[in-house]
Design a protein around this ligand. Sequence first.
Ligand code: NAD
Length: 326
Amino acid sequence: MKRVLVTGGCGFIGSNFIRLFLSKAPAAQLVNFDKLTYAGNKENLKDIEGDNRYSFIQADISDPKAAASAMQGCDLLVHFAAESHVDRSILDAADFLRTNITGTQTLLEAAHACGVKRFVHISTDEVYGSLAEGAAKEGDPMSPNSPYAASKASAEHFVRAHHVTYGLPAVIVRGTNNFGPYQFPEKFIPLMITNAMANEPLPVYGDGKYVREWIHVEDFCEAILLAAERGTIGETYNAGSGEYRENMDVIATILKMTGRPPTLVRHVTDRLGHDRRYAVNSAKLRSLGWAPKKRFDQSLEETIQWYKKSTAWWQPLKARVITSRT
Ligand code: NAD
């Protein structure tokens, strides 16, 4: 029987991944290891709490004892746990270093000591930095610009170093901007949806012409599953949708779909060091058989519907939202 450890499983992508994994692996035992920071929410997995294949440990990935104990007998580790919000990293990067770098290094040491068979590290297209044109390939240089991106690039270097130095069987997956159900409402798409629903201003950084490659969380989780099963040890895989949108276009669509007026848009002082454009080339992962299934506009409509019916989930979280959008 496969024993799987997921870190950060109470967050947005981790919770979607756990739901998908359990639906596809009836014989697996899955342990969710999460500190429950402001972004961690047990409500995200309420529907599977009673599943006897699932268990939960509340702990910090930078605690070596907790990491080693959770990893005993673990076949597969999927490492999502991170401080994930760029705005917060600009205000104070200390937790980003502690969790994203030291925490990852702690897990790597425990994985090596416990003989974990596969370590799947979740990373981001933000490690490439801003691209004026084209799409980044896995071998392109990293050029992280925000403290968040710098901490994720650093974590990747430690994963690679553990693979090269100790032979740790690691695979890295770099995802583009995710959206979908259970995303904390300080992130761009749920912030705009929930503000629009509440008839509150939609704060847009600068001119709003920032381009992101939007991938639905289910497609990203499928990409991670495939990389876990068929990815080559020591390799890195980009996972992007090919659906590029300027922020202002996303906002215009959200306003249209929620029936709110364009007068709700507020241009605010730009984010410091704001990356203009991200784009990745995902041919390497696609050659293994993965392809995103969900189209952006249709999935955005579904996501809006999910937030409309899930006000009891997101309304209490709005009080925890931090932004440098002023
Ligand atoms: P999230 O902020 O929604 O969730 C993070 C989870 O990690 C939370 O449940 C939190 O409690 C947990 N956590 C934080 N610090 C911890 C610690 N020290 N010990 C144990 N648990 C801890 O993040 P997300 O958006 O789901 O992102 C998950 C991963 O995917 C991150 O590594 C992120 O860098 C990466 N990623 C995210 C996106 C995106 O668009 N959201 C895109 C590409 C990659």
